[in-house]
Design a protein around this ligand. Structure first.
Ligand code: ADP
Length: 168
């Protein structure tokens, strides 16, 4: 059985991420989405909230599971008996960083490969950060986020008291 790990921050999950998860689930027997806990940048959503949203949007994909992880990605991959890391590539700007990461991981763990899936052109411009910025100003995020994720993101900003900044 081939297991792949798709790691990221998913703060929050976007339609671009969902596209990569669905396509990976058609290639591999089992896909584990790994939600990174120890980020230097402070996330908008807690890791539990990010995991829950991912579980909801992947509920129709039986071979996909969501886990959070701490520390080295390679250790998480090994613990789960996987040999492949999936990453999404949007533009050439992603490439340099992703290549460096993949090569470093290969030095640490030569038995593990990174597989890049090119993004759906529809989502090539999309990132969690840009979707959050639109949500923060009360804009329509339906082209970027699942409706449930869009609602939670909007609610989060309202609860933080930053939902109406500069709106008038
Ligand atoms: P990270 O902070 O580790 O880059 P992200 O949650 O931003 O985590 O992204 C996780 C993975 O999803 C990365 O491989 C990233 O390149 C990919 N990704 C992000 N946005 C998109 C998108 N719109 N389409 C396809 N892949 C994407």
């Amino acid at each position: 059985m081939q297991t792949a790990i798709y790691p990221g921050s998913f703060d929050p999950v976007t339609l671009g991420h969902q596209d990569i998860i669905r396509r990976s689930s058609e290639i591999f027997d089992r896909v584990i989405v790994g939600v990174l806990r120890n980020r230097a940048k402070s996330p908008l959503f807690s890791v539990e909230e990010r995991v829950k949203m991912l579980e909801d949007v992947t509920a129709d994909l039986p071979n996909v599971e969501i886990q959070s992880f701490n520390g080295l990605l390679i250790d998480f991959v090994r613990q789960n008996g996987a040999r492949v890391i999936v990453r999404g590539l949007r533009a050439i700007t992603d490439f340099e960083y992703e290549l460096q990461l993949a090569q470093m991981n290969r030095v640490i763990a030569p038995e593990i490969d990174t597989l890049f899936l090119t993004t759906n052109l529809k989502y090539a411009y999309l990132s969690s950060s840009t979707a959050k910025e639109v949500a923060m100003y009360g804009g329509d995020t339906s082209a970027f986020l699942d409706p449930m994720v869009a609602r939670k993101t909007r609610e989060k900003y309202l609860s933080l008291g930053s939902g109406e900044i500069d709106k008038e």
